[in-house]
Design a protein around this ligand. Structure first.
Ligand code: SF4
Length: 371
């Protein structure tokens, strides 16, 4: 059993690029927390008595919850789930929520790892993205977090912004590294459908960055962070040894997990389930004991393709022996990408090379099994 995920679907402000499920209406927080607790109680049998190694509070913005609510969720988890003594308990926080008192509270209730959404150290960029915080708040929060003595912590950054130069990105990385984070997640800005950013691009108000600029910034990211001692263990994730995200690594390895909350996904090794992405319908469904989720049983081929998609993005790659009846066409594609220097094949595993990481999604989809 990989882990337990709580989705906290509230944010102060809607970031223009975000397609996660959240609401900026904060008045139903109490009802939502009660529904999360009820859902966990009802689904605790799904852990089958197995030891759970990680809990992840994501969102949305979990740092909007007060200590009482966070502690209620974690205490329920401890009562209902067999939690490993060394469990990793991560919470996503936004820079505008971090105070010394909050940090003390988060440590007191058992959070072991913070993930802070810095995104940029440039106020204009933050404003373009619709973030609720500014660069000063990030710097103050990072100082507090770095000194707080958490087992680990990480910051999120975004590159590939419209008009961003490689020099600007280099300066951002220098600032990030000055706080010596044990882990960094860096995401390339993508224009997702049904976001405010998508509308801005459609209207011609914003011109998305060219692929070549984004690729150049990705290459710089790898160079800078590897030179600073980080291991590039997943396309968007870099950790110092001992600081990789155990929760996310378990997802990528295809281990089962239970997701609690609106829009949360779960996987038990055979069935995938996703809860309704609507706070009111979620709360009503939980309270009435009705079905507020959908589910599907992926076919063997779908499971294999998911393993290709997620595994290939990691430094451990994909074990070909685990793929059922590797199709001739897939074998030929592996050979083609090994020949072009985008994949290496060690024993029966395939791993992306540096050149391959630039084409990760295309290579994965070329490898997908179709029968
Ligand atoms: S704070 Fe995070 S979850 Fe909320 S809108 Fe911004 S990116 Fe999305």
């Amino acid at each position: 059993m990989a882990g337990l995920y709580f989705h906290i679907p509230f944010c102060r402000k809607a970031c223009t690029y975000c397609d996660f499920h959240f609401s900026t209406t904060l008045d139903r927080m109490d009802a939502l927390v009660e529904a999360l607790r009820t859902e966990l109680l009802r689904r605790s049998h799904e852990f089958r008595g197995e030891t759970v190694d990680t809990i992840y509070l994501g969102g949305g913005t979990p740092s909007l919850l007060n200590e009482r609510d966070l502690s209620a969720l974690l205490n329920d988890a401890r009562k209902l789930v067999r939690l490993a003594g060394t469990a990793e308990v991560t919470m996503e926080v936004n820079p505008d929520d971090v105070t010394a008192e909050d940090i003390d509270a988060w440590k007191r209730i058992g959070i072991t790892r913070l993930s802070i959404g810095v995104q940029s150290f440039n106020d204009q960029r933050l404003s373009f993205m619709g973030r609720a915080h500014n660069a000063d708040q990030s710097a103050r929060s990072l100082d507090l977090i770095a000194k707080a003595g958490f087992a680990s912590w990480t910051m999120d950054l975004i590159y590939g912004l419209p008009g961003m130069t490689v020099e600007e990105w280099a300066a951002q990385l220098d600032q990030a590294l000055s706080f010596a984070p044990p882990h960094i997640s860096a995401y390339c800005l993508t224009v997702e459908p049904r976001t405010a950013l998508h509308k801005q691009v459609e209207r011609g108000d914003v011109i998305a960055a060219p692929d070549e600029d984004q690729a150049q910034q990705f290459e710089l990211l790898q160079q800078r962070l590897e030179a600073a001692g980080y291991v590039h263990y997943e396309i968007s994730n870099f950790g110092k040894p001992g600081h990789f995200s155990r929760h996310n690594t378990s997802y990528w390895q295809g281990l089962p997990y239970v997701g609690i909350g609106p829009s949360a996904h779960s996987y038990d090794g055979a069935v995938r389930r996703w809860n309704v992405a609507n706070n009111s319908r979620y709360i009503a469904g939980v309270n009435a004991g009705e079905v507020y989720w959908e589910e599907e049983r992926p076919t063997v081929v779908q499971q294999a393709n998911e393993r290709i998609m997620t595994g290939l993005r990691t430094m451990w790659g994909v074990g070909l022996e685990a793929l059922p009846d590797l199709a001739q066409a897939t074998e030929r594609t592996v050979q083609r990408y090994v020949g072009s220097g985008h994949l290496v094949r060690n024993a029966n595993r395939i791993v992306l090379t540096k050149a391959g990481k630039l084409l990760a999604d295309r290579i994965a989809s070329d490898l997908f099994l179709t029968t």
